[in-house]
Write a protein that binds this ligand. Structure first.
Ligand SMILES: NC(=O)c1ccc[n+]([C@@H]2O[C@H](COP(=O)([O-])OP(=O)(O)OC[C@H]3O[C@@H](n4cnc5c(N)ncnc54)[C@H](O)[C@@H]3O)[C@@H](O)[C@H]2O)c1
Ligand SMILES: [Zn+2]
Length: 384
């Protein structure tokens, strides 16, 4: 378990202060109910991430004391979660916030959604001291987080994450943004939330492919210090429940973000497995979810690391075992032109000079630059 994590909220600094003027009790997550509280340590912008089955009950207790109004943004499949959140905010604030539903899919992550939301917030009388709440997966937290970052030059946002990918990745760390017709995530801002709530009970309604997408990221964390994810007792028995798994991943992401908030260095390790994954997503036509592409990318990265003498056969086998244990693919489906994928590596926006890959090695996962194109080409054979 990450040092950043505690399952005992009493041992934390108070996660929130509710103004005495409102006189509302703070709803603390209940450790007996299996709640985890992980702190993202960013000085005066630090915030808690509450993880567990039923964690939505913690939302009202996380609302800063000076908030007078709130608004909730969601998508249709999780409107039921948003209504619960709005109900508890209504009890806290005295008037129930509006619940706005945006469209599903990447198509909703646009500047026009930002315009539509912010205009609604003006009409609802929301000012910069109030609170915006997102309820949904990465699409909702990305677009709502970005809209909050620019509304009145910065308004507080609380994310209630309802997809596995959102809970272990997108909702944590303050990256927000929208797409342009020219590409994904091209307009955005770093805007840390006030708090994040990951209610693992909401994952029960998540379609299996969406769950698989999150599993790709969970598999990634295995190699970023999360070795216990598959083997918590060290005896090969898989006994970790989903809430604890999410909490372990959040703990890893929290420590990486705390060490390098704006990705000037070590935060790039979170892109482990992502260079090939992004190329597969851009090349398209493979019907792969993000996490499935990441899984193939993890195996590919392991093969490149072995070819460079950075890791041995056992460690490559470990990559294959972890990907298989998460029920994820280890090969690129269908025929494809390897040259096209290699070309796309250079276009990955994370590539700083030449082809840069995040690779495993004796010192753990790190960024490696200037990799021989022959090695990159040769390792592709292992995932074709
Ligand atoms: N900001 C970051 O650091 C970061 C990191 C990783 C990914 N992202 C972004 O996240 C997005 C992908 O997020 P995602 O994988 O969560 O997809 P998503 O937000 O599109 O959600 C997937 C689908 O599941 C539905 N859904 C959500 N929760 C549900 C639930 N509990 N039950 C049933 N249906 C539910 C959604 O409405 C949607 O249709 C991408 O746009 C990506 O760029 C951002
Ligand atoms: Zn990812």
């Amino acid at each position: 378990m990450s040092p950043a994590e505690t399952t005992d909220p009493a041992a934390e600094q108070p996660v929130t202060e509710v103004g005495p003027d409102r006189g509302t009790p703070v709803i603390e997550p209940d450790p007996a109910a299996g709640m985890h509280v992980i702190e993202v340590g960013l000085g005066d912008r630090s915030y808690p991430v509450v993880v567990g089955d039923g964690a939505v009950s913690a939302v009202a207790g996380l609302v800063p004391g000076d908030v007078r109004r709130a608004t909730v943004v969601t998508q249709e499949p999780v409107r039921y979660v948003a209504e619960t959140v709005a109900g508890s905010l209504g009890n806290l604030l005295g008037s129930e916030p509006e619940v706005v539903t945006i469209a599903g899919g990447e198509g909703a992550k646009t500047l026009s959604t930002v315009e539509e939301l912010t205009r609604r917030w003006v009409r609802a009388g929301l000012n910069r001291r109030d609170l915006v709440v997102s309820v949904g997966g990465g699409v909702v937290s990305d677009v709502v987080g970005f809209a909050a970052s620019v509304y009145h030059r910065g308004t507080r946002v609380l994310h209630v994450s309802t997809t596995l990918l959102g809970q272990v990745d997108a909702a944590i760390g303050g990256k927000t943004g929208v797409n342009l017709p020219e590409g994904k995530n091209l307009v955005g801002a770093f805007w840390q939330p006030t708090a994040v709530v990951c209610d693992t009970a909401t994952l029960a309604t998540l379609p299996p492919r969406e769950l698989a997408s999150g599993m790709g990221e969970v598999a990634k964390y295995h190699f970023l210090g999360g070795g216990e994810l598959l083997d918590p007792a060290g005896d090969g028995a898989r006994t970790m429940d989903m809430a604890t798994r999410v909490a372990v991943c959040v703990g890893i992401k929290a420590s990486v973000v705390a060490a390098d908030e704006r990705e000037s260095g070590s935060r790039a390790t979170l892109n482990y497995g992502h260079t090939l994954a992004h190329a597969l997503e851009i090349a398209g036509g493979f019907d792969l979810r993000h996490g499935e592409a990441v899984a193939i990318g993890l195996i590919y990265a392991a093969e490149v690391a072995r070819a460079l003498g950075r890791i041995d056969d056992l460690r490559v086998a470990e990559h294959r075992r972890v990907v298989a244990a998460h029920g994820l693919p280890d090969r690129i489906p269908g025929g494809l032109d390897p040259e096209e994928l290699l070309d796309l590596f250079g276009r990955d926006k994370k590539a700083l000079s030449g082809v840069t890959l995040v690779l495993d090695g004796p010192a753990g996962v790190e960024t490696v630059t200037g990799i021989d194109p022959g090695v990159l080409r040769g390792a592709l054979d292992a995932v074709l």
